[in-house]
Ligand binder design. Structure first.
Ligand SMILES: C[S@@+](CC[C@H](N)C(=O)[O-])C[C@H]1O[C@@H](n2cnc3c(N)ncnc32)[C@H](O)[C@@H]1O
Length: 245
């Protein structure tokens, strides 16, 4: 079997995108490449937040419509920028080795950085949260500006997992005001996935900034995926575009 046949076999067997199938094949070392590929794919992280406008569920459709993955982008060598990262569905799908992620939501960005650098303490902190409406409402009133980064991150994940629909909404004074979500058994501390996310972020720079600042760093040949917030004309009309600088 040639290497391109093997890549196709991996792609078809695991129903994954061609770019990622290529990366997975590059990591397999023995003739039992399908077994090895299964283990590698099992280690793939998922977004750690539910995010309004998140693209995880839509990637498969974009794949079928040949809108995804980006043909010219090589995640092993190319630089990847995502200036409206949110839950990072495309980043976690492509897993580029050199990435620059940013978002205006500073609590989200603190959370990415704590997962990257202080995961052990974050997990300890996350384990103290309870699923209870009164408790949720008390946590909701906390002011993130008065908390440590670890507590900002654990509170952010807790509110995202237990609040209504994973929404992030603040009032005019900046206070989080999403109602309690009434989930039976939300996984507040998904330790296994957080560990995978942390590994994937090790070489990644993550900043809180306006999307326009991406232009200060991106150069010709870099890949930029823009997914700005939008007013939907229909439920599926949000996939915008990606482009090379
Ligand atoms: C549609 S969501 C991105 C969803 C993401 N692609 C995903 O799969 O989860 C848009 C993101 O843009 C961020 N945002 C809004 N205005 C921004 C700005 N001026 N600069 C940077 N990020 C901004 C929001 O905080 C939100 O996370």
């Amino acid at each position: 079997m040639t290497s391109s046949q093997a890549v196709r076999k991996i792609q078809e067997t695991f129903d994954i995108n061609a770019i990622y199938a290529h990366t997975v094949f590059g990591l397999t070392k023995t003739p039992y490449f399908l077994e090895e590929a299964a283990k590698i794919i099992e280690e793939k992280p998922r977004p750690f937040v539910k995010w309004v406008g998140g693209k995880r569920q839509l990637l498969k459709q974009f794949l079928q419509m040949h809108l995804y993955p980006p043909e010219k982008f090589n995640p092993k060598t190319g630089r990847y920028f995502e200036p409206f990262v949110g839950g990072g569905a495309v980043f976690f799908d492509l897993l580029p080795e050199r990435a620059f992620l940013s978002d205006l939501n500073s609590e989200l960005v603190v959370t990415y950085n704590v997962i990257k650098t202080d995961l052990g303490k974050l997990i300890v902190s996350l384990k103290k949260y309870k699923l209870d409406k009164e408790y949720f409402l008390r946590v909701r009133t906390q002011n993130p500006k008065e908390l440590s980064d670890i507590d900002v991150a654990s509170r952010f994940i807790y509110l995202n997992r237990t609040g209504f629909n994973g929404m992030y909404r603040v009032n005019s004074r900046g206070g989080f005001n999403v109602p309690f979500g009434k989930y039976n058994n939300p996984l507040i501390c998904d330790e296994n996935n957080l560990r995978k996310v942390s590994r994937a972020l090790q070489n990644v720079e993550i900043k809180s900034q306006d999307y326009k600042r991406v232009l200060e760093k991106a150069k010709k040949g870099d890949f930029i995926y823009f997914d700005p917030p939008y007013y939907p004309v229909s439920k599926t009309a949000s996939f915008t575009s990606y482009t090379f600088a």
